[in-house]
Ligand binder design. Sequence first.
Ligand code: PMP
Length: 362
Amino acid sequence: FTIHSVADEPADDSSYASVSDAHFADTRSGGIASSVTELIGDTPLVRLNRVASDVDATIAVKVEYLNPGGSSKDRIAQRIIEAAERSGQLKPGGVIVEPTSGNTGVGLALVAQQRGYRTIFVLPDKVSESKRAVLRAYSAEVVVTPTNVEPQDPRSYYQVSDRLARTIPGAFKPNQYSNENGPLSHYETTGPEIWRDSEHRVTHFVAGIGTGGTISGTGRYLKEVSDGAVTVVGADPEGSIYSDPANVHVYDIEGVGEDFYPKAFDQSIPDSIVQISDEQAFLMTRRLAREEGLLVGGSSGMAVAAAVQYARDHHLAADDLVVVLLPDSGRGYLDKIFDDEWMRAHGYADVVEATTPEPLVG
Ligand code: PMP
């Protein structure tokens, strides 16, 4: 049984060993991995015990920060690079150029480095120094562009990355918003892992929508394998086009929501889309760290908040099993969601109050 639970204390040392050995055997049949990229995928499912205590359904989360680059984007990076090698778009000595500031950059940098390619990431200047430092640490080259220019401006990050991809010999631009290998990587890995680890009991799948790759690929697999029995639910920030095209505006949750419909998103896959506010997402993000020991990012909090709301609104029963994908770690958000001053300054004082215990000292 592969849904781990903190409530299920091991009866003795031997049962503890059998649980972890079983998972290890599933993951890569023991031994020594030949490179860090072999550790991509096969992330565990774990049951939520406290934040979903008022719903009857079981809610289990898929912990994608346990990928070697720290997010679900390692999966797409691996498949995009392998496909570009097969098609001849990427040749030995090639250079990967992509406008990305976050998780996709880390995934691409990690896989590229292991296969001998160089990487150049073009980012807007609003991206924090710590995110630039992570990419440089993996030996990527970082090109910073001004945020406050139109997309058509030659200095904009779209234009600069297009120009670099055109002019650098051997350059390849993955374009995660339209590359079919993004959703395909989830169809081939994330979906089958959830089906296997839930022992075919999954009834609902919940994920945030950014490029749409995760929900489209995983959702399509789960619908096909279950003959349509699995319900797919999208989670979307208030202000994004997916849940309310008439009311697109800025929001604070990172990595999800859009102001256009990317090619990687198959709109026929979600059965419904739940809209979540920044405040609801950040409250759940902080609760996951405090109450479930899961230090995850804001899009993970959003997805769990959507799952709980959906389970409540649709009166899901005890035999329903809702699997929620948590894309990345909370380490990248320590200076925002987990910083009380930042939270208060951005209008989330109530969230800080609700998630701060009385001090024992001082
Ligand atoms: N959460 C985070 C933190 C992300 O970086 C992304 C990817 N943009 C997503 C969620 C959404 O995943 P997808 O692009 O597959 O829809």
